[in-house]
Design a protein around this ligand. Structure first.
Ligand SMILES: [Zn+2]
Length: 340
C-alpha cells in the first residue's frame, strides 16, 4: 500500500512536469543535501505557533524588589510531593516574595514513594508533608487531585485537563510552574502526563468555547500566560532564575518532605555511617537538622550550585519559560502603521 502510494505520487509528479517519460527516465535525484543554517533565534513561543529553535537566548531573572507579582496568581503543579520543592522551590519563594499569590496542585496520591508499612500509611504521610510544604512555601491553597501514583498514564488525560481548566479559571491563574511537556527524556509517566495535561489546559482555559458550563456558572475564559517548565532530561533552557536569596528557605521546604525526601534524614545517616568507620565530613556537624541541611547544600542541591555557577550566581534554577508575546499581526501593525 505504501509502495502503491509512492508510485502514484511519482507518476503524478512526472505528469505535472509535462512529461510522462519523466517518471520512467533514468533516475534523477529529487533530493539534495545542503548544510542546514543555524535555526532562527527569538521566534515567538507564547502564541503556540513558533519557537522551533533550540538555539535560544537565555534570560537571567534576578530578584525584583518592586513587587511585580502583585495582583497575580500562580499555580505550582506537581505529580509528587517533592517535584516543585526540588526543581522550582527557589523560584516559587521568589515569586511569593515579589507579591504573587500562589496555590499548590498535587496531582497524584503519592502512594508509591517513601517509608511506611502500607500504601495507606505512605499516602497519609506524604499528604501531611505536602500540606507542610505548601505552608512553608507560603501558598494559599493546596488541591489534592488524587490520581494513582506511577499510573497516571492510565487515566484519561482529558479528565485531568478539564479539572485544570476549571481551576485555572476559578482561581484566575496567570502563571504556572510544572514539568516541561517538551523535555526529551522522562522515565516517570506521571511527570509526562501531568506536563501534557497542564500545557493543553493552559491553552484551552483561555478559549471562549471550551466548557461553556463554566461560563454559565459565572466563570470567564482565563488561562495562564506565563509558564516556567522544569525537566529531568534535556530541555530548552531559556530562563535562569537566581535563587541565591532563597536557598535556606528552599532547604527548609524540602526538609518538610520527611517521608519521601530527597533530603529526609540522609545527613544524619551519612554522619553516623562515617562515624562508625572512624571518619567524618567537615561541615556535617551540629544538631541533626544542621547535618541534614549540610547534606542538602552539599549533595541534594549541588545541581543548583552548578547551574548558578554557569551564570555567575551562587545557585539557580533552570526553566523552559514561555511567556506572553505579541501576535505577529500586532507586532507588524506597531512597527509599520502610519497616520492616514
Ligand atoms: Zn515526581
Amino acid at each position: 500500500m505504501v509502495r502503491r502510494e509512492f508510485l502514484e505520487r511519482t507518476l503524478t509528479a512526472g505528469a505535472a512536469l509535462g512529461s510522462v517519460a519523466a517518471a520512467s527516465a533514468a533516475p534523477v535525484s529529487a533530493t539534495k543535501e545542503v548544510l542546514s543554517p543555524p535555526p532562527p533565534t527569538g521566534e515567538k513561543t507564547g502564541g503556540g505557533t513558533g519557537g522551533t529553535s533550540y538555539q535560544v537566548p537565555v534570560t537571567l531573572e534576578r530578584r525584583r524588589p518592586d513587587k511585580p507579582g502583585r495582583g497575580k496568581v500562580f499555580a505550582a503543579i506537581q505529580p509528587h510531593c517533592d517535584d516543585i520543592p526540588i526543581f522550582a522551590g527557589g523560584t516559587v519563594l521568589k515569586l511569593i516574595d515579589e507579591g504573587y499569590e500562589g496555590i499548590l496542585i498535587a496531582m497524584s496520591d503519592d502512594s508509591m514513594a517513601g517509608k511506611g508499612k502500607t500504601y495507606g500509611e505512605i499516602t497519609l504521610k506524604n499528604e501531611q508533608d505536602t500540606f507542610e510544604v505548601a505552608r512553608r512555601l507560603g501558598l494559599k491553597h493546596t488541591l489534592l487531585l488524587n490520581y494513582p501514583n506511577h499510573n497516571m498514564d492510565a487515566w484519561p488525560i482529558v479528565e485531568m485537563r478539564a479539572r485544570l481548566v476549571y481551576i485555572f479559571r476559578a482561581f484566575k491563574i496567570d502563571t504556572v510552574l510544572s514539568y516541561d511537556p517538551s523535555a526529551l527524556y522522562e522515565r516517570n509517566p506521571d511527570h509526562t502526563v501531568a506536563a501534557k495535561a497542564v500545557e493543553s489546559a493552559c491553552w484551552m482555559a483561555r478559549s471562549s468555547w471550551d466548557y461553556p458550563e463554566h461560563f454559565a456558572a459565572g466563570l470567564t475564559a482565563h488561562g495562564p500566560v506565563e509558564k516556567y517548565y522544569f525537566a529531568r532530561g534535556p530541555q530548552v533552557v531559556n530562563r535562569v532564575v537566581d535563587t541565591t536569596d532563597f536557598l535556606e528557605q528552599k532547604i527548609a521546604v524540602n526538609l518538610a518532605n520527611v517521608t519521601q525526601g530527597p533530603i529526609g534524614n540522609n545527613g544524619v545517616r551519612v554522619r553516623d555511617k562515617l562515624a562508625a568507620e572512624g571518619k567524618r565530613l567537615p561541615g556535617f556537624e551540629g544538631t541533626d537538622e544542621q547535618v541534614n541541611r549540610a547534606y542538602a547544600k552539599e549533595i541534594t542541591f549541588a545541581r543548583d550550585r552548578q547551574r548558578g555557577a554557569a551564570y555567575g550566581f551562587k545557585v539557580a534554577e533552570y526553566f523552559h519559560y514561555i511567556g506572553p508575546d505579541e501576535s505577529e499581526e500586532a507586532e507588524y501593525i506597531r512597527a509599520h502603521a502610519v497616520a492616514r
